[in-house]
Ligand binder design. Structure first.
Ligand code: ADP
Ligand code: MG
Length: 728
């Protein structure tokens, strides 16, 4: 179909909401509106994602220029230096190209009140011609007091006729890419705005029901206003996007996002998963009976939520959030027991080998005595061991499989995977999490066939990075969330101190003291982003310094480059208290659990992010002894580093820390690009507009339940073909 690329832009009948009669007129308008009917014009716009007329209409200005008034030249000069643009109109009285200090075009403009110099350092011949003597120009720019008097450098210039009317609206400036001039965009968008019908997509009962308080204005009015606001509109409200017209835009966008997230959620419910109801008297019961402690109330609650999900024939897709040390591992183990009781396999994947290994030890110790065969899979394994493990997994002999990314390799096939647990899920990419989910079913069926059959295992994702509620609602609406909001009893709060690096000797003294009391110590070496080698070198140096300074203590060193077996041996020694001090790079950041360790020293703490500091600090405070975290820093501190360290000193509450982190960093960076569905949000800002999300949810719910046509109209207007952004 030749020409189709151009057509959607030109032909509003393609817009979802264009009524049929518009077709004829649109044909007539073709070519005029966008200033060109060529397919290259459409291709240029398509580069900006502007394919349909409605896309153009939703391409909103980033700012405005006020060309609605002209001031006398004398007044513009009087205001020079205020940093404000001004528009003047006058006649060219001279025009010359000079060559000192460099080639430039100097034009003198005059009106009744005075004279002004216009200076162009880069210019075309055509400009020289446009600005010949006697020509009347409307000129907009900033007046500066130049060496030769008041002047405008590179003003916007337009020849006008005497008495030509001024625009009565602000002039929009659109986001663009090189090669698409503003004038072109203005014309195309202006044309689309007049041609594109924009019927209300929100049903009246929704507007007047849950949304009544928002008093949303009709979208069409809002768009007309935002593309061409009258000069009396509040400049500030337009600029910071708090204007009611912006509110409507943001609301509609958030609504589209909420609807599509809910649909993704519903699509998941259409898939089947093995039903694994809890069985009385099974492994789960025996395991609970053997536990040396009682579950906290919060643990009990989330265990029930997970158990209920797993009893359903639809895949669980649940995020278990719990601060560091809140006891997520045991919850995962209980879920695994339920799967095994139902005759299925369970898998637990962790992001680092240290963590995976620790899980393996802990869970084997818990479950093997109860007769559960546990398999171990990791990258560092010897080929022969790995083959043996893979064979046990494939034969269904291993009921619980624990490991790193090695679990999702192609060679690994599960006989009957019913539950996959991903620990520290934020450390994995979306693709990796999905890969584990794709491993349901029988060994003989290739992964692709399983996906086609749409039978997927239940998935439990765990994270200690607490996601503030509003973020969870917008980014993870497709996830059910369980929260452990209570720490196991008997923990004494961690005391955090900031220590200038100059007081290193005192810190070493404290280590001595802690060790004398039978406690163990972590010393975390600085993060050196530029170079892993340098980081390693620093770690080795610190290790040597500490060995020399603490001759009566046993000091160990663990870092990412250590062969896995040695890494495991060091961790083992530390767990068993054969080492009193563990010097480590950030490899210990996640999950390591040695309750007897009660002193944490973090060197160059100012280089770490808040989430990372919180994770690191969470390695202590796991036993009943009072724990201390010393954040060593090197002055001077940057303002954000100071803020981070102050936050660490003031609170140990992971949610509060996450909230401040979000404040310091903003949502995009907070979640990491790969986590976020932020690609969908062009206008709404999750920090300032978080309050709108709840309304969007209410509206989405009501519309999905009762107004399917409105849902379609709304989605197609806002997302067009972009719904795939949500798959993540
Ligand atoms: P995280 O949520 O950070 O993964 P872990 O699962 O590693 O935390 O648990 C932290 C520590 O708390 C472990 O030593 C674990 O055995 C212990 N623990 C977990 N639940 C309880 C409980 N209900 N009572 C006492 N100790 C518990
Ligand atoms: Mg953990």
């Amino acid at each position: 179909m030749p020409g189709t690329a151009a057509q959607p832009i030109q032909d509003p009948a393609d817009a979802n909401d264009a009524p049929a009669p518009a077709r004829g007129k649109a044909g007539a308008a073709k070519g005029k509106a966008a200033g060109s009917g060529t397919s290259s014009a459409a291709a240029r716009l398509a580069k900006l994602g502007l394919r349909r007329p409605v896309d153009l209409v939703l391409h909103l200005p980033m700012r405005y220029e006020d060309e609605t008034t002209v001031v006398p030249i004398a007044e513009a000069i009087h205001r020079a230096g205020l940093g404000l643009p001004a528009q003047v109109e006058g006649e060219v009285i001279s025009n010359e190209v000079t060559f000192r200090p460099r080639r430039q075009l100097v034009v003198k403009l005059a009106d009744d009140s005075g004279e002004l110099t216009l200076r162009f350092l880069n210019f075309y011949g055509s400009q020289t011609k446009q600005m010949t003597e006697g020509v009347r120009l409307r000129v907009r720019g900033e007046v500066r007091g130049g060496f030769f008097g008041a002047e405008m450098v590179h003003p916007t210039v337009r020849p006008v006729l005497a008495g030509e009317a001024l625009p009565d609206r602000l002039t929009p400036v659109y986001p663009s890419t090189a090669g698409i001039p503003q004038a072109y965009l203005r014309k195309a968008i202006g044309g689309a705005l007049t041609r594109t019908p924009l019927p209300e997509t929100l049903p009246q009962p929704v507007l007047q029901g849950p949304l009544a308080r928002l008093q949303l204005r009709p979208l069409a009015d809002c768009l007309r206003l935002l593309h061409a606001p009258p000069p009396q509109e509040s400049e500030a409200a337009l600029a910071d996007r708090s204007h009611p017209a912006w509110q409507r835009i943001k609301f509609d966008e958030l609504l589209a996002q909420q609807i599509s997230l809910r649909r993704a959620h519903a699509a998941r419910r259409d898939k089947t998963a093995p039903t694994m109801p809890r069985r009385a008297g099974g492994l789960l019961t025996r395991f609970l009976a053997a536990l040396p402690f009682r579950l906290t109330g919060a643990q009990q609650r989330v265990v029930e939520e997970i158990a209920a999900d797993m009893a359903l024939p639809h895949p669980m897709h649940r995020l278990l959030q719990g601060d560091v040390g809140s006891g997520k591992t045991i919850v995962a183990a209980l879920a695994a027991c339920q799967a095994i009781d139902a005759g299925f396999q369970a898998a637990l994947m962790a992001p680092t080998e240290i963590l995976a290994e620790q899980h393996f030890r802990k869970l084997s110790a818990w479950l093997e005595p109860l007769g559960v065969p546990v398999a171990w899979l990791a990258g560092s394994q010897k080929a022969r061991e790995k083959r043996a493990a893979v064979a046990r997994v494939e034969a269904g002999e291993a009921q619980l499989v624990i490991g790193t990314h090695a679990l999702i390799q192609d060679t690994v096939r599960f006989a009957k995977l019913g539950l996959s647990v991903v620990d520290e899920q934020h450390r994995f990419g979306v693709a990796q999490r999905l890969a584990l989910r794709g491993k349901a079913g029988a060994a003989e069926a290739p992964a692709a066939a399983i996906a086609a059959a749409e039978t997927v295992p239940h998935q439990l994702m765990m994270s200690a990075t607490p996601i503030p509620r509003t973020l969870a609602m917008t980014y993870y609406a497709d996830l059910d969330v369980s929260v452990i909001d209570e720490l196991p009893p008997g923990r004494t709060p961690i005391v955090t101190r900031l220590v200038n690096d100059e007081r290193r000797d005192e810190v070493i003294g404290r280590i001595h003291h802690a060790a004398a009391e039978g406690r163990q110590v972590y010393w975390v070496c600085p993060l050196i982003e530029e170079s892993e080698a340098l980081q390693l070198q620093t770690a080795v140096e610190t290790y040597e310094t500490l060995v020399a300074a603490l001759p009566d203590l046993r000091v160990g060193l663990v870092h990412g480059r250590l062969p896995p077996a040695e890494k495991a041996a060091v961790m083992d020694d530390f767990s068993a208290n054969r080492l009193q001090v563990l010097v480590a790079t950030t490899v210990i950041e996640v999950g390591v659990d040695v309750p007897n360790a009660s002193l944490m020293v973090i060197e160059h703490a100012e280089r770490f992010g808040l989430a990372q500091l919180h994770q690191l600090r969470g390695r202590v405070g796991r036993g009943s002894a009072e724990s201390v975290c010393l954040l060593m820093y090197q002055a001077p501190l940057s303002p954000t580093a100071r803020e981070r360290l102050a936050t660490m000193r003031e609170t140990t509450d992971g949610f509060e820390i996450a909230r401040r982190d979000l404040e310091i960093r903003g949502p995009g960076e907070f979640l990491g690009a790969r986590q976020s569905g932020e690609a969908m949000l062009r206008f709404a800002d999750l920090q300032t507009d978080a309050w709108l999300v709840e309304y969007a949810q209410a509206a989405a719910e009501l519309m999905l339940a009762h107004y399917p046509e409105a849902v379609e109209a709304h989605l197609s207007r806002w997302l067009g073909g972009r719904e795939h952004y949500l798959k993540a």
